[in-house]
Design a protein around this ligand. Structure first.
Ligand code: HEM
Length: 337
């Protein structure tokens, strides 16, 4: 069956908005109705700016999923984001029922679509976190490093982000984790460029990866290059964006990572915050504090337009436990509501 996916994979945008929304108790039917309208609302704005590549991805958090469609219909890996507490740094878990991720060549269409969605939210819920991201020079983050170089492309990107046969009811969906980081630019700027390069694991000016024998064990990319048991690299798709305000000196990176299995992103986060081995945490965290953290499922467009949640049989499957540590989920049947 052909499934129309949300456009998770997109070329780097020049402008972006990230809205985290909570839905009021009792407003579930209205929220479910709003979700079915999202692709139409996006077309209303995108059609008028055909060259701007306006793109809207919607994610649904675990608690809202349960309220809308029933806990027994949850996508296989959907769960609330869990706080990760390392010896020195913590990745907090914060509220969020819906994520709206807008990308475009210009900010105007993002703002217009966000405004339309916000208007429709009256009486349904609130925007509890809003970040307007921009593109910095050379695809750099505000730490001054090129961000996004090693993102998977083409078929590798599709494989990294798209739910497939492991959860047929929700094939074509994806999972997304977001975190809002604020940088301590005073401490960062006090480091020499060489020292900053040792924090990231790449050269600053020309973005070349350090050789393995000189790359520190606590460099950002050392801890984020991970493999499965067969030695295959496990990848996610990032679309981070800088944001900030000069008046109060805020400089931030909005981290957004899409994955077919959020466990991959969570493993990277454990490496960063707890360390691999424990204690060898990511040095980028000495200059970057995570203020939010949330996990969402982004269903296919087909699901958004015409939701068809599928209940899971609670009875464990008769086959032996899988060796990959995945949940032992029984057969699927279509939920009727
Ligand atoms: C790589 C910046 C948070 C996962 C990079 C690179 C930079 C960077 C500059 C090197 C260039 C590239 O390949 O993109 C940042 C900043 C962050 C942040 C400023 C927030 C303060 C995270 C988080 C994760 C992550 C939270 C995962 C949960 C990765 C991965 C790579 C990477 C997988 C590519 C590794 C490789 O294949 O070489 N990041 N990052 N990053 N980052 Fe981050």
């Amino acid at each position: 069956m052909h499934v129309v996916t949300q456009q998770v994979i997109a070329p780097p945008a020049r402008a972006g908005m990230f809205l985290v929304i909570t839905v009021d108790e009792g407003a579930e039917d209205a929220a479910a109705a709003l979700l079915t309208e999202i692709s139409g609302l996006t077309r209303s704005v995108a059609f008028r700016v055909p060259d701007d590549g306006l793109n809207c991805v919607i994610g649904i958090g675990a608690h809202l999923w349960d309220r809308l469609y029933g806990e027994d219909t949850r996508p296989l890996h959907l769960h609330p984001f869990q706080e990760i507490r390392g010896a020195k740094h913590t990745a907090p878990a914060t509220e969020g029922d819906l994520l709206v991720h807008l990308r475009c060549r210009e900010m105007g269409p993002c703002f217009e679509l966000a405004r339309i969605i916000a208007r429709r939210l009256v009486g349904i819920g609130q925007v509890v976190d809003e970040v307007h991201g921009f593109k910095f020079f050379d695809e750099r983050d505000l730490l001054g490093f090129v961000d996004g170089t090693e993102n998977p492309e083409g078929d590798a990107a599709v494989a990294a982000v798209t739910v497939g046969e492991e959860d047929p009811a929700y094939a074509g969906g994806s999972y997304v984790i977001v975190q809002k980081y604020l940088h301590d630019m005073t401490s960062w700027d006090a480091l020499s460029v060489e020292e900053q390069e040792r924090v990231i694991g790449r050269s600053k000016l020309d973005d070349i990866e350090m050789a393995d024998d000189v790359k520190p064990a606590n460099a950002h990319i050392t801890l984020n290059v991970i493999e499965d048991d067969e030695g295959n690299q496990l990848q996610i798709l990032r679309d981070n964006m800088p944001f900030g305000e000069v008046g109060d000196g805020t400089s931030g990176t909005y981290f957004i990572g899409y994955a077919a299995d959020p466990g991959v992103t969570e493993r990277m986060l454990r490496n960063m915050f707890i360390g691999d081995p424990p204690g060898t945490y990511d040095r980028i965290l000495d200059f970057s504090v995570a203020h939010t953290g949330a996990l969402f499922f982004t269903p296919s467009i087909d699901f958004l337009d015409d939701p068809h949640p599928v209940a899971r049989d609670a009875t464990p499957a008769p086959d032996p436990a899988p060796s990959d540590g995945s949940l032992r989920i029984g057969s699927l049947h279509r939920r009727t509501r």
